[in-house]
Design a protein around this ligand. Structure first.
Ligand code: FMN
Length: 392
């Protein structure tokens, strides 16, 4: 029988197999999007609306798609973004992603709400790892977390700055909506049976991990035990990172800092003046403020304003290698992958993530060949056409 990953030729395929493997409520939690889902959808459409102007009658035997992001040499301008609770979707979780990112010679951003502790992730990692800090339980509760990730050897901190409150999930019409369980008890288990009986792969994983409520490995209670999933999610929103916290964070952390969730020139300029090392233009994959601008249309103005002063990365809506080339042509140093690796993880675990990163590598190389350039560093805005409606 063929492995699932060998059947995956696109992120769409991976989404199809992810939906087949995990219970409906859990799939909907990972697919997410908020409110009318307009931002999640237009993120993807924005990449589709940009068209290439290739230079033809050009042939190169090989193409260089390697680059440097945050001082790390990476095999391609695509890195793995922080997505929470990966272990709920597949038992391979963050350590599986760490091994895949290492093999692909790229960077992993690890969520502040991981299923596995940072020490375990660092043991599996062979490439750079950045830890995304959520204040699980307030700012003061985070000082020991910073100490802990420092000791574990992470390369940098990511502050996700677009989540001041919990977002309303996508409006899914009642008959199609599946509840995720609200706790781990007999009543919830009973309610959940219709969703899991035909998901043997996922269920077997869950049985192997002891049928317990997933834990927020880095969110500790006062007695030192990890918080449960539901408790941890609630704790994130007690306080979230803001500009005025940067001096406090710097007291505890001397390494690189990335701000993730920038959408305006004003905030990008402020990030420069605060001395952070990189920004990620992101709307959290359309998972936060419903109706936010898509990310690709604001990339050119942000690059024009701060591109010489700071590394500009982008995410939200990247689904194929040509999307990466469009972002790089418009001045991004690289992109972050979210659902593009999440779905392969849910579908096929670590081999699925390895497979998709390989596919992105191939697609970027092929795209470069079609564009008629030898190196990714030769790309500039003259290689793309933007829709007129993007003019500001
Ligand atoms: C289910 C889900 C969970 C996420 N959890 C986190 C998180 O814990 N921390 C964070 O910084 N971003 C989180 N993100 C946002 C991703 O890091 C990334 O910005 C987003 O997925 C990019 O959009 P895309 O999925 O359309 O590519 C999450 C995204 C999804 C879909």
């Amino acid at each position: 029988m063929k492995n699932i990953e060998s059947k995956i030729l696109s992120v769409k395929d991976a989404k199809y197999f992810a939906k087949k493997r995990v219970p409906k409520g859990i799939f909907q939690m990972f697919e997410a999007g908020s409110g009318s889902n307009v931002t999640a959808e237009t993120n993807v459409q924005a990449f589709e609306q940009v068209r290439f102007r290739p230079r033809n009658a050009v042939f190169h035997k090989s193409h260089d798609i390697s680059t440097t992001i945050l001082g790390h040499k990476v095999s391609m301008p695509a890195i793995v973004s922080s997505v929470g609770f990966l272990g709920v979707g597949h038992v391979d979780g963050e350590t599986g992603v760490a091994r895949a990112a290492g093999e692909a010679e790229t960077i992993q951003f690890v969520s502040g709400v991981t299923s596995q502790p940072i020490e375990q992730i660092m043991e599996a990692a062979t490439g750079p790892v950045y830890y995304q800090l959520y204040y699980v339980g307030g700012r003061d509760a985070s000082a020991p977390i910073i100490e802990r990730v420092k000791k574990a050897g992470v390369d940098g901190l990511v502050l996700t700055v677009d989540t001041p409150t919990i977002a309303r999930p996508k409006d899914t019409l009642y008959p199609y909506r599946a509840e995720a369980p609200l706790g781990v008890n007999l009543k919830e288990a009973f309610k959940f049976i219709p969703q899991v009986w035909n998901k043997p792969g996922w269920l077997w994983d869950y049985i192997k991990t002891g049928l317990k409520e997933p834990q927020v490995a880095m969110g500790l209670r006062e007695d030192g035990t990890p918080m449960g999933l539901f408790e941890g999610i609630a704790k994130i929103y007690e306080e979230t990172p803001a500009w005025e916290d940067l001096p406090w964070i710097r007291k505890h952390w001397e390494g690189p800092i990335v701000l993730k969730g920038i959408l305006t020139v004003e905030d990008a300029k402020r990030a420069v003046s605060e001395g952070v090392d990189a920004i990620v233009i992101s709307n959290h994959g359309g998972n936060v403020l419903d109706g936010s601008v898509s990310t690709l249309p604001v990339l050119p103005e942000i690059v024009a304003a701060v591109g010489d002063d700071i590394e500009v990365l982008i995410d939200s809506g990247v689904r194929r290698g040509t999307d990466v080339l469009k972002a790089v042509a418009l001045g991004a140093k690289g992109v972050l992958l979210g659902r593009s690796y999440l779905y392969p993880l849910l579908a096929a675990g670590e081999p699925g993530v390895k497979h998709i990163l390989n596919l992105f590598h191939q697609q970027i190389e092929e795209g470069l060949a079609f564009l008629g350039v030898k190196s990714i560093h030769e790309l500039d805005p003259s290689f793309v056409d933007l829709p007129d409606s993007w003019e500001r």
